[in-house]
Design a binder for this molecule. Structure first.
Ligand SMILES: [Zn+2]
Length: 349
């Protein structure tokens, strides 16, 4: 039997907008909910050149005073640089990719002001989650922050972003096939994980899986399906009060791979390979999922990711140490012999 907590707070975004060109009217959207006049807009160099002007113009039109900061890395040092900039702001807008959004979430968290997420790529579910990953978090791979107050997901920006970033987002959603199995395993062993959050994560993976072709072709409906799935995963984490339903053994494998080869493999690609391995360890039908995923053009082996075999072996053997308190199918760890056997079985090399 699982022990249900006595109380449980769920904080959700006040508004989520998904659609074409919605970033251009970000100021109008924000002004419906936010009285603060001073806003800091964090962005990347590429977004500053290509996307920021329309957003900044609209913020100005509706009366905001917006300062712009260019984020160059997703590190604690970068968040501290913005925090010590010496001017006041009542909200943080993150306009950019994962790096920018992570720094923005942490800056907003420390200043206790709302965070507005305007992703320019859909590479992982951080676009809508109450988690942030920064380099320099004392060994932790992510920290708990507030749920974005407003999410403005512009499908045109996503369609214009590099295809591999969108495919990485697909990988991060499909990873829920495995993370929900780990969540159910933990439930059986007494951990409280809300049913609703598990169902939401599972539904996102199923929807992206059934819309795989249209997403890979970057059709309007496909991109919208991906964005909605990524946002649903963020909401599943908000409901669960942790990343639990969306991050299991496949994420530990992905994080281990990233530790061994920092920045070499996109987050969604690493966890997707982890998903194939974890599904097999759970005794689930990994072939049924991965035949279609591979046919859609996603990388599902070390070779297709350009990762030497020894790194996938080491990542799999090390993965359970990433988050030892989180019960998953990998919790007891694998010997090198067993790791090689499973990697062979799922054609992960
Ligand atoms: Zn993820």
């Amino acid at each position: 039997m699982s022990s249900e907590p006595a109380s449980h707070t769920i904080r959700l975004p006040v508004e989520v907008v998904v659609g074409e060109d919605v970033a251009q009217s970000a100021g109008s959207t924000i002004s419906r909910h936010l009285e603060a006049k001073n806003i800091v807009v964090l962005t990347g160099q590429n977004s500053l050149t290509h996307h920021a002007q329309g957003v900044l113009n609209n913020l100005k039109e509706v009366g905001y005073i917006a300062r712009t900061e260019v984020v160059t890395s997703s590190s604690v040092a970068e968040a501290n640089r913005v925090l010590s900039a010496g001017y006041a702001f009542g909200a943080v807008v993150g306009l950019g990719g994962g790096k920018v959004l992570d720094v923005g979430k942490v800056v907003a968290h420390h200043r206790r002001v709302p965070f507005i997420s305007i992703p320019t790529s859909a590479s992982h579910d951080g676009i809508a989650s109450p988690q942030a990953s920064l380099i320099g978090l004392n060994g932790a791979h992510s920290m708990r922050v507030e749920m974005p107050y407003i999410i403005i997901a512009d499908s045109k920006l996503i369609a214009d972003s590099p295809l591999e970033l969108t495919l990485s987002g697909v990988g991060d959603v499909l990873a829920k096939f495995s993370s929900v199995l780990d969540s159910k395993l933990a439930q059986q062993e007494g951990e409280y994980v809300g049913e609703y959050s598990i169902s939401l994560a599972e539904m996102s993976a199923k929807l992206v899986f059934s819309n795989l072709e249209s997403i890979v072709q970057l059709s309007k409906s496909g991109i919208r399906a991906l964005l909605e799935a990524l946002i649903s995963n963020g909401i599943a984490m908000a409901i669960a009060g942790s990343s639990r339903p969306c991050s299991g053994s496949e994420h530990m494998f992905g994080h281990a791979l990233n530790m061994l080869m920092p920045g070499k493999v996109l987050h969604g690609y690493g966890v997707l390979l982890g998903t194939k391995i974890s599904l097999a360890l759970h005794g689930a039908d990994w072939r049924g999922v991965f035949e279609k995923v591979e046919a859609a053009g996603l990388p599902v082996s070390a070779k297709s990711l350009g990762v030497p075999p020894v790194f996938v072996e080491r990542s799999l053997v090390f993965a359970h140490k990433i988050r030892p308190e989180r019960r998953t199918v990998l919790s007891k760890g694998l010997t090198l012999v067993k790791a090689r056997q499973i990697l062979d079985e799922v054609k992960a090399y």
